[in-house]
Design a binder for this molecule. Structure first.
Ligand code: DQA
Length: 146
């Protein structure tokens, strides 16, 4: 089993970016924890970050044939990107939407997600742990539906 993790814009700055909101864990640390958690469950995990919407769309299209599902933190594109929502719908792979912060406890514009309707579910507000929780949820779903 193989899972792709997608990180959207500005998540490359984790560790120093608004640490009171997003914590101090770096993206490299999050990726390492995801690869380790995947390995414990016998799942290969690959991680990709881009600040560019089209690059994220390209990556979904490119990797969909090789992976069983996605864990997606689209960051600001969560709230704006029809293109990314269409890409995920178009490749028909299950995905879990994750956020470090609780987006529903923040500004109104963060309450809308273009990805949520197509997602298996959303995990939001547990800091870096949102990713590992999302990975576990996706793997459990994939195992149940295998
Ligand atoms: C985020 C929440 C988004 O609203 C924001 O634009 C981000 C990060 C999160 O992980 O909490 O960049 O997706």
């Amino acid at each position: 089993m193989r899972v792709a993790v997608l990180h959207g814009p500005n998540l490359n700055l984790l560790g120093t970016r608004e640490p009171e909101v997003y914590g101090r864990t770096t993206l490299a640390e999050i990726d390492a924890a995801l690869v380790a958690a995947g390995a414990e469950m016998g799942v290969d995990v690959e991680c990709f970050q881009s600040n560019h919407e089209g690059a994220l769309v390209d990556h979904v299209q490119k990797r969909a044939g090789e992976v069983d599902g996605f864990v997606v933190n689209a960051a600001a594109y969560t709230h704006t990107s029809v293109a990314l929502a269409d890409a995920l719908a178009g490749v028909a792979r299950p995905y879990v939407e994750v956020h470090l912060s609780n987006v529903f406890a923040r500004e109104r514009f963060r309450h809308r997600s273009y990805l949520a309707a197509g997602a298996l579910g959303i995990i939001s507000g547990f800091g870096a742990a949102s990713y590992t929780l999302g990975l576990r949820a996706l793997i459990e779903h994939l195992r149940r539906s295998a």
